[in-house]
Design a protein around this ligand. Structure first.
Ligand code: GLU
Length: 464
């Protein structure tokens, strides 16, 4: 027997694609609720549509959940292995006279729906013995969804069509399989996206007609929208959790950010440890209004998580980005060199995928010159050639430390009437190829005198 007190929740993805950030947020909120209440989280794979469910997609969903650190207590339970239960439920509904067979063809349905939208009840009283099974919805009254986030949501029964619970091929529809399993698995709280709210009264009716007296508690989570309040779309945004992983977001940062989509800790902090989130998380505090999926804020939170990593972990997390398909010949990579600049880089990247561009000047034979920045700089720093000449001369013989290089460059700048940041711009471009990067003088020290001087002279040749 299930415990009557500890909540039981489920995350129930349909494996028809990658794990969408909206689904990941639903998984996270279920997990947070379960962990906060000492409840049980079931992973249920809603794979009743064999044409669209694929094993690799199921694996991808589980991989993304594990990456986010979201574990489950029961499952994965696959609906495809429970088809007999849905058939039995449909038979029960038929036997009770609250469902009936319908043999309308899709064309006939489409044709008639043009006049009155929805199913018109054509087969209700035809006493057919085969076909799709439709549930006979009440013509009167209303079905009320008690939602923890949205309050009471009322649906007119008259507006609910007699919907299909079992297709002609014997496969169950989402509403039936979902309702049967929530009952069978003694799910106490249904926490899921708002997009499923319209189907909720159908699920409630199916449960009741199957003899269930209690409804679970519903909590429909707010929609995720972009900056123009549009639903997130695959075409315009990154929406797969694994895309964010590939872009170098940390799992902890992603999870932290997802927790803020509709919920916030009492003090409105943005960077919050997972233990604090678990301790504070309450479904009642989730706001019903659409939640803005703000990639800028995610980037900002990710940068904070990166900065907070122990140095060694930053290096080991960054390594895949440096070793797989690097922009330099792989044999030129040197872990010691990277380790020397790693603390400077760690302070400055938003995602791990930005690391290679920050350090490529250390491992490329020649810097990958940003031509556009170079042309702009030439116009902005009038005595660029003279400046590079001076730097070449000074750097060739001064002590090789960041303090000395800093002082020497300051002095060169003064000679040309330039502040340090202006004076250092052509030097940075000449040596690293870019206008931004880790602090210049520390970078020069790591790169070594010989290489720095050579690159300065080469850049000088490019100027008149
Ligand atoms: N399988 C449904 C979906 O992925 C979710 C079902 C639910 O959470 O109730 O949209």
């Amino acid at each position: 027997m299930y415990s009557m007190t500890a909540p039981r929740v489920r995350f129930a993805p349909s494996p028809t694609g990658f794990l969408h950030v909206g689904s990941a947020r639903a998984a996270l909120f279920n997990w947070l609720f379960a962990r906060h209440t000492g409840g049980t989280l079931v992973l249920r794979i809603e794979d009743t549509d064999p044409a669209r469910s694929r094993d690799d997609l199921i694996e991808g969903i589980e991989r993304a959940l594990r990456w986010l650190g979201l574990d489950w207590d029961e499952g994965p339970v696959r609906q495809s292995g429970r088809m007999h239960l849905y058939r039995e439920a449909a038979d029960k509904l038929l036997a009770a006279g609250v469902a009936y067979y319908c043999n309308c063809t899709p064309e006939a349905l489409r044709e008639r729906a043009r006049k009155t939208p929805g199913y018109d009840g054509f087969c209700r009283d035809r006493a057919l013995q085969a076909g799709a099974v439709r549930l006979r919805t009440p013509d009167e009254g209303e079905t009320i969804v008690q939602d923890l986030i949205r309050g009471e949501v009322r649906f007119e029964n008259g507006a609910l069509e007699d919907f299909v619970v079992l297709r002609t091929d014997g496969s169950p529809t989402f509403v039936l399989a979902n309702a049967v399993d929530d009952t069978d698995m003694a799910i106490s709280h249904v926490i899921r996206g708002e997009d499923l709210l319209p189907s909720t009264p159908k699920g409630i009716l199916a449960r009741r007609l199957l003899g269930e007296t209690d409804d679970p508690v519903f909590a429909h989570l707010p929609l995720l929208v972009d900056e123009s309040r549009q639903k997130l779309s695959k075409r315009r945004h990154s929406v797969a959790v694994e895309e964010f992983r590939e872009q170098g977001y940390l799992a902890e940062a992603m999870r932290n950010y997802l927790a803020l989509l509709g919920w916030a800790p009492s003090d409105d902090r943005e960077v919050v440890s997972i233990d604090e989130i678990i301790a504070e998380f309450r479904l009642e505090d989730v706001k019903p209004s659409p939640a803005f999926f703000d990639e800028k804020k995610l980037g900002h939170i990710n940068a904070e998580y990166i900065r907070a990593l122990p140095g060694e972990r930053f290096i080991s997390d960054a390594l895949p980005w440096l070793e797989e398909d690097p922009p330099w010949p792989p044999e030129r990579f040197d872990l010691g060199t990277f380790t020397a600049v790693a603390p400077l880089v760690q302070e400055r990247v938003r995602t791990l995928s930005e690391v290679p561009a920050m350090v490529d000047f250390l491992f490329l034979e020649e810097p990958d010159l940003d031509k556009e920045e170079w042309d702009k700089m030439v116009g902005r720093v009038p005595p660029a050639a003279a400046l590079l000449d001076d730097a070449t001369a000074e750097y060739a013989s001064c002590d090789w430390s960041s303090e000395v290089l800093h002082g020497a460059t300051l002095a060169i700048g003064e000679r040309h009437g330039l502040k340090l940041n202006k004076a250092q711009a052509p030097i940075r471009l000449a040596v690293t190829g870019r206008s931004v990067g880790p602090p210049l003088f520390e970078s020069l020290v790591v790169l070594g005198r010989e290489c720095v001087v050579r690159r300065l002279s080469a850049a000088r040749q490019r100027l008149p």
